[in-house]
Design a protein around this ligand. Sequence first.
Ligand SMILES: Cc1cc2nc3c(=O)[nH]c(=O)nc-3n(C[C@H](O)[C@H](O)[C@H](O)COP(=O)(O)O)c2cc1C
Length: 525
Amino acid sequence: MKQSGQVILEYHERSKHHLRRYAPGPGYLDWANQPDPFRSYAGTRRIELRLGADGVATRFNDVRAGHSSAPAPLTCESVAILFELSFAISAWKSYLGRSWALRCNPSSGNLHPTEGYLIASDLPGLSAGVYHYVSRDHALEQRAVWTSPVPAIAHGVLIGIASIYWREAWKYGMRAFRYCQHDCGHAIAAVSYAAAALGWHTTMLDAAADDEVAALLGVDRSADYTGTEREEPDCLLWVGTADPPAIEPLVAAARAASWRGEANRLSPNHVEWPDIDRAHEATPKPGTTPHNRTTRPAALHLSVPRFDSAAATLYRQRRSAVDFDGATSIAAQAFYAMLEPLLPQPGAPPWNAWPWAPRVHLAIFAHRIEGLEPGVYVFVRDASALLPLKSAMARDWRWQKTGPAHLPLYLLWAHDTRDAAKLISCHQDIAADSCYALGMLASFHDVERSPWLYPRLYWECGMIGQTLYLEAEAAGIRATGIGCFFDDEMHRLLGLEDHQWQSLYHFTAGGAVEDERLTTLPPYA
Ligand SMILES: Cc1cc2nc3c(=O)[nH]c(=O)nc-3n(C[C@H](O)[C@H](O)[C@H](O)COP(=O)(O)O)c2cc1C
């Protein structure tokens, strides 16, 4: 039998898009089976949440620099705001009688495989238990009531994340496992940013094993998913003002709790994607030693973006551009200001939620940045990666340090790379008509030995993506994640010949062209 490490590396190879052959997909869109974007649990007690985000005064510039505001009191109202600014609907779009919801967190194909959960002790307005969040209604469904003494969850709440792979597989087939992981990363960052607007810190409970996460969220309860799509456990985030609680007593309490609710069925029929099942089975997270997270470094000195928006406004105005004007440029200073928050900063979102050292770095195609030569640049998020990246890129690149001294940005090649960026991004114009496009280069060191790192590399990419989405809005431009790209064309361009570095997610930002045909409606009636 193959080792899990080999299985996941094979999945990675087979889920690559190639110039002449896309990764296996359904071949057409089976509209009759389009998955319901909203999960709900019949038979649960529902708690309608209030919409209170408009009342949050925190500025985005303070959030990104790690200046914490006075913590909001931990109540049902403030937890409602946490969801309103992370998993909630931010607008409805409609065209020719069809409507679809957009959310604070983006998602490949707007398919939203990510489900959010709350685990809380008694709060003003909310009794202790495990809750599922329904973004369509901005409501919580109580899945579990503790029956044993409530384990101590003080000065904070746990947010759980789970994924329904079918939602993405319906459209994207085999590559969907990757997209679900990107989306999870976006969601982690969205929670961390939302929490910071409330003066709360976010910490990933990185020691937890997948089966513990599953037990706490109730997604391991087969009987509640009879004939419906399963949810797979991703992670637990501690959001609050104190250190996180111990996980084991909570898991024991969840296993003994009284559970309610049956999951709705999202599609009448399904297509099996055994490669996704195998990728999932090859990457279970075991229990691991927790990372030390007691340090709370001081606030950062970041360059400020063009607009000083209210954080709650900025998070909800985030959108993907579907088209760029091919003309807008940004100043180099504005570009540097967008890169700064990508450096690991444990005192500010979203990296306060990330326990591991950076494993993902950027290869940037600069197109329209005033004061910066068009060309290929590399942004090395962790100094220890500089030499390995240099030696892995076989080509004789310049590696010329560029920009402010504190930014690890290197010019490899001064050249107009608009055509290359477009070609690599599955021929999408957005990669060429923007101010910049980029690929996220992840170190595959240790993935074969610890396959559970594989999804986490995508999470890190998704967190970078969420940061850049918000930074783009603050800079007065707009961004788009790019999941469709020709993996090995990117590697070939950079001269990456072995598998130690793989581009896992692409991204672009520029002057957006709005689609005037669409009508925008408020998120909730
Ligand atoms: C992981 C990921 C991959 C994406 N890939 C593409 C892409 O290849 N091309 C594109 O135009 N948009 C892409 N998008 C943008 C989504 O289509 C967009 O997030 C979704 O339609 C929801 O719209 P919103 O971001 O405005 O909320 C991607 C988004 C994510 C999160």
